[in-house]
Design a binder for this molecule. Structure first.
Ligand code: NAD
Length: 489
């Protein structure tokens, strides 16, 4: 059951992902009930599902058969009688398709509806099923720890923790899932993955787009809540966790939670030493002029909302003591790119100093999007030279080897949910710890106006202060290079 079936998320992501699962033979006995406010008949709804699959994938295949599994119910989320008729309809569909009472509720709706819908699903009997019942919810999960707790309470009164699948679509990305394999399946990395050999880790997630039509929502959120609390913190946890004793959901989650527990709290006076906020001004992107954030639709002319955040995170445990994790994310930046750079420490002595250049440190770059792959930066002898060392890069591009078969994040997550595998969804403990960490920063920023806003030009990599954050530790941000270029070289 998809609540919000006429919305953007359903059309752009969910229907195409379901179609791909269907085409791969991963959906056998299934039916989808689309639920939304608007009055539509089944034919219109099926046509809109067809249109969205065609525009996302351009495929025709078995589309007619696929959409014949889709039904539509107009619904008022606040009205019990809507749920009663939905229950009767769902029971009927269950029987027709012999679904054994297994039911997934996907809430592709604004977050203020999550709690009330979950409560109604229980009180109006939709969760009384013979099979499994699972609730899938999108971000944002609250806007701070308090609101997240309240939301969790409402959801948990209808679903157990094991039945709640909190989507963080970064956890559906191929290369985010690959972090664990790169770390734990390679003898050349695993022994080095600690403060003895790693000097710092940098995670960048930059967008070239501005806030677009989402000004109203973004004004209540900002980069810290919209990106850092969830996606960036999840990547930190995957990079920093101890090897789990088994690859089970519980073991992996508990290792991630241990990372969150070891995060050094950054609060009060310390916040502006460890974190930098930014807001985009005018600039040029791809040859086009871009307006400043404060001139975007539905944005306050004096907005204090950050569209960029960079920070230094410290993990106070034996493995990571002394290693900074630098993270930055923002809108209207110079490139669209999500990348992780693991910088290894310099070797103890440089024998190849002839050029008066320091040797480049070894880097492991994990390209998350848009390109997917890995680049390892090494030093090797310069061809023809005496004994000069130069940097060489070994690159692997996922797209090259797996061709078009890399499934979309949502496709993998929907499939995991159907199989009951919650590993790549966010557990409540992770949500709570990361909100507690982020709340301390937003408390300071909300209570002090950023006089310098706007403080970075559209089309750049953020404010100068973000560079200074690393410079004062003797580092700099590695450029978000292009994997394809590395490979062509
Ligand atoms: P949207 O505004 O496009 O769609 C909202 C849907 O909710 C529509 O189908 C609408 O009919 C339905 N709806 C609204 N009020 C209703 C009511 N009172 N009763 C019944 N139905 C009602 O929103 P969206 O962009 O699809 O986003 C949905 C959720 O997913 C949000 O929580 C958003 O933050 C999250 N999200 C969206 C995207 C995306 O790519 N669009 C990405 C990540 C997260």
């Amino acid at each position: 059951m998809i609540f919000g079936a006429t919305g953007d998320l359903a059309k752009r992501k969910l229907f195409p992902s379901l179609y791909r699962l269907f085409e791969r033979g991963r959906l056998e006995k299934f039916a989808v009930i689309g639920v939304a406010r608007r009055t539509l008949d089944n034919d219109d709804f099926q046509q809109s599902v067809k249109d969205s699959v065609l525009s996302a994938l351009g495929e025709k295949g078995n589309l007619d058969e696929f959409v014949s599994h889709f039904y539509y119910q107009a619904h008022d989320v606040a009205d019990s009688s809507s749920y009663t008729s939905l229950r009767k309809f769902a029971n009927q569909i269950d029987e027709n398709y012999q679904l054994d009472g297994n039911r997934i509720f996907y809430l592709a709706m604004a977050p203020e509806f999550f709690g009330p819908i979950a409560l109604h699903l229980k009180s109006d009997g939709l969760t009384e099923v013979k099979g499994y019942k699972r609730l899938v919810i999108e971000k944002p999960f609250g806007h701070d720890l308090e609101s997240a707790k309240e939301l969790n309470k409402q959801i948990r009164s209808a679903f157990s923790e094991k039945e709640v699948y909190r989507i963080d679509h970064y956890l559906g990305k191929e290369m985010v899932r690959n972090i664990e394999v790169i770390r734990f399946a390679n003898a050349i990395f695993e022994p080095l993955w600690n403060n003895k050999y790693i000097s710092n880790i940098q995670i960048t997630s930059s967008e070239t787009l501005g806030v677009e039509e989402r000004g109203r929502y973004y004004e209540t959120s900002g980069a810290l809540r919209d990106m850092l609390q969830n996606h960036m913190m999840q990547m930190v946890a995957l990079l920093a966790m101890e090897p789990p004793i088994k690859l089970t959901t519980d073991e992996i989650r508990s290792e991630k939670v241990r990372v969150f527990r070891a995060l050094r709290t950054i609060e009060g006076d310390k916040v502006n030493d460890y974190f930098v906020r930014g807001q985009y001004g005018e600039g040029t992107i791809g040859g086009k002029k871009a307006p400043k954030y404060r001139d975007e639709p539905m944005v306050d002319k004096e907005s204090n909302t950050e569209t960029f955040v960079a920070g230094k995170i410290k993990i106070d445990n034996f493995r990571w003591a002394g290693v900074p994790f630098y993270i930055r994310t923002g809108k209207r930046m110079a490139a669209k790119s999500t990348k992780i750079v693991v910088q290894f420490k310099d070797i103890p002595m440089n024998l190849y100093y002839q050029t008066e250049k320091m040797l480049n440190p070894n880097l492991l770059v994990i390209h998350i999007q848009p390109e997917e792959g890995i680049t390892l930066h090494l030093n090797a002898k310069k061809a023809g030279g005496h004994l000069d060392a130069q940097e060489v890069k070994l690159s692997f591009a996922n797209t090259g080897s797996n061709a078009m078969n890399t499934p979309e994040g949502y496709e993998k997550l929907l499939y995991d949910c159907m199989r009951g595998d919650a590993t790549n969804f966010t557990h409540w403990d992770e949500v709570a710890y990361s909100w507690a960490f982020v709340d301390k920063i937003s408390e300071v920023w909300e209570n002090s106006k950023a006089d310098s806003f706007p403080n970075y030009q559209s089309g750049t990599m953020g404010p100068k202060a973000a560079d200074e954050l690393l410079e004062k530790d003797g580092y700099f941000w590695w450029p978000v290079g292009d994997l394809e270029v590395d490979i062509c070289k």
